[in-house]
Write a protein that binds this ligand. Structure first.
Ligand code: F6R
Length: 608
């Protein structure tokens, strides 16, 4: 949600800021802006509505050789997306960019108005800028003014700012909205997301909540909110340039769908071994006795991460009868009354590791003394740092707003955790082996689908791109896949799509079927084959335009049948899901949509 960049060093800042913003654009793309400052404190502020490309064209006609500046790409919360509300904000001596939400900004605005401040935008961020400017008038330093302001605000923020009184210093601060600093010889890079730093430096400092950083060309000094010095820990950035480039694919979404065999191999690598029948997740910080004692698993996430947890939960309950699994939507759980039975472990699933609702659940569960494990992709992210232990999914950067490779690996990681619990509880080696073998085969099976079926799916997608609505239906382990398939379609194609348990059709949704709808049905050749087939027949009878995704050669009455050959049985839904991902992608492309940056969305929802 919004991207922040900053630079202070010896190089020309505008191009570094623009290149960082382009990499962060997936975090928000309503408007963008940069401001740079020269040694004599002359500033150049450029802002534009829309994508970073709009801003870039302005830079072409306003080039500077300034070597310090800050920038922002916005996902609007307060105030509509337009140039007036775009960051950086400028009040008095201060220029500032902000991610997050200042909840008490109305109160602060009223107070500042009494001190003759007027406001040009509708944003909470401009109010914070004014507050710092106001306090700076009587403060001994900008650091002191920032510290004073942050003590007065309620809400979440990641900020970067400077004052025209000191062109050699950029101040940053974080509370609930990520900020990373890249350090190199005589220069400092600032970003809200590691991808903006790749290629510039691999030495990074992750800011913690409550920390303020003063960046100069000599480096960064961290302080707490009371301006006491804090020691900074420099870490190695584990992200390569390859993972943030399209590598010949038309879109990141397609690249990331095709990444899946390899990204999944990274998730599984060193963790399962079919020969020795072993499964081992290194970072759980749980003994075998503790794993044996687990009776309940709560899996918490939002959107795709929630569906991944749900999917894995179905698997876990298949292979051990001594554990109950419940999957929870983080934005719901955090505000409702809920009970956590004894012997519960909570799995916190998040690609970005920064999702505000998921993080809030983690905090609440920790407060209640529940053991919390992270299933996270972004190394060093807030959730990864706050959990008691966990597993990184290691899929590399996921740039497309719609999540694909993270989903597959989240399911695999949670399933491996379930297998560790089951093994500690004494599940038979034969049962364990079935799952471990299937996990081991999964990357190859996904690879085969990508090789054999993509062309066919592309053709089918062209035919269905004209529809306005879609129903995705499946039973048992195909129900979470139906939910995820529908989410993917609606996100990138803007076709209204709903996922349903196939058995629920008769309880309402079947009333929808008409020529404006098409239906995607997951039909696996297993013990629910006949039941699901009956549901498809019921839909056909009502004039459905059904696309059936199946692993069988049997005759199936449907408008389209996508046949997948797979050696899998238990994990087949994950292979079918790749078909839904491709279907959503090709339909969105056929409709001419911006598939990597769908309207109204942004990657990493760091606000409620
Ligand atoms: C859907 C999608 C979102 C995310 C959700 C959680 O394609 O990407 O639904 O899955 O916002 O994000 P993370 O996993 O970063 O917590």
């Amino acid at each position: 949600m919004c991207g922040i960049v900053g630079y202070i060093g010896g190089k020309e800042a505008q191009s570094i800021l623009i290149s960082g913003l382009k990499r962060l654009e997936y975090r928000g793309y309503d408007s963008a802006g940069i401001v740079t400052i020269d040694k004599k404190a002359k500033t150049t502020l450029l802002r534009a509505k829309g994508k970073v490309a709009e801003l870039d064209s302005k830079v072409a006609t306003h080039q500077t050789s300034d070597t310090a500046g800050i920038g922002h790409t916005r996902w609007a919360t307060h105030g509509e997306p337009n140039k007036r509300n775009a960051h950086p904000h400028h009040v008095g001596d201060i220029y500032l960019v902000h991610n997050g939400i200042i909840e008490n900004y109305q109160d602060l605005k009223r107070t500042l108005a009494k001190h003759d401040y007027t406001f040009k935008s509708d944003t909470d961020s401009e109010v914070l800028t004014a507050l710092i400017d106001y306090l700076y008038k009587d403060a001994s330093s900008l650091l002191e003014a920032v510290s004073g302001a942050l003590k007065m605000v309620v809400g979440a923020y990641g900020i970067a700012l400077f004052s025209v009184k000191n062109p050699d210093e950029i101040i940053i601060a974080r509370n609930g909205s990520p900020l990373i600093v890249g350090v190199a010889e005589d220069e400092v890079f600032i970003a809200s997301d590691a991808s903006a730093l790749v290629g510039y430096t691999d030495r990074v400092i992750y800011l913690h909540d409550g920390e303020i950083g003063v960046c100069t060309r000599e480096g960064i000094q961290l302080y707490d909110v009371d301006t006491q010095v804090v020691e900074a820990k420099v870490e190695k950035l584990e992200l390569d340039l390859q993972s943030i480039q399209k590598e010949g694919f038309d879109h990141f979404l397609l690249k990331e769908i095709y990444d899946q065999p390899n990204s999944l191999r990274s998730t599984l690598s060193g963790r399962i071994n079919p020969q020795t029948n072993s499964v081992k997740l290194g970072g759980l910080n749980m003994s075998d006795d503790e794993l044996r004692d687990v009776r309940n698993i709560m899996i918490i996430g939002c959107g795709t991460a929630y569906y991944a947890g749900m999917m894995a939960g179905y698997f876990i309950e298949q292979f051990t009868d001594d554990v109950s699994v419940r999957s929870e939507i983080a934005s719901e759980l955090r505000y409702r009354s809920f009970h956590v039975p004894d012997n519960t472990v909570a799995l916190i699933v998040s690609q970005s590791g920064e999702t505000a609702d998921t993080l809030a659940c983690l905090e609440e569960l920790k407060r209640r003394g529940v053991k919390c494990l992270g299933v996270v992709n972004a190394v060093g992210s807030t959730i990864a740092r706050e959990v008691d232990g966990g597993v990184y999914v290691h899929v590399g950067a996921e740039i497309s707003v719609a999540s694909t490779k993270a989903f597959t690996s989240q399911v695999a990681a949670v399933t491996m955790f379930g297998l560790m619990v089951a093994r500690a509880k004494g599940v038979s080696s034969k049962d364990l082996n079935t799952y471990i073998n299937e996990l081991d085969m999964l990357p190859g099976e996904i690879e085969a689908v990508l090789e054999r079926s993509a062309g066919e799916i592309q053709q089918i997608a062209k035919k269905y791109a004209k529809y306005d609505h879609a129903l995705y239906v499946g039973r048992d382990t195909h129900y979470p896949i139906a939910l995820e398939g529908a989410l993917k379609l609606k996100e990138v194609s803007y076709i209204q799509a709903e996922g349903y348990a196939a058995g629920e059709l008769k309880h309402g949704p079947i009333a929808l079927i008409d020529d404006r709808f098409f239906e995607v049905c997951y039909l696996q050749d297993n013990w629910l084959y006949e039941k699901t087939q009956s549901n498809i027949i019921e839909m056909n009878t009502r004039g459905a335009h059904a696309i059936v995704i199946t692993d069988t050669d049997k005759r199936i009455a449907a408008e389209e049948v996508i046949r997948i050959k797979t050696k899998l049985e238990l994990l087949t839904p994950l292979v079918f899901n790749v078909v839904s991902q491709l279907l959503a992608y090709y339909i969105a492309v056929a409709r001419g949509n911006d598939v990597d940056q769908p309207r109204n969305l942004a990657k990493s929802v760091t606000v409620e």
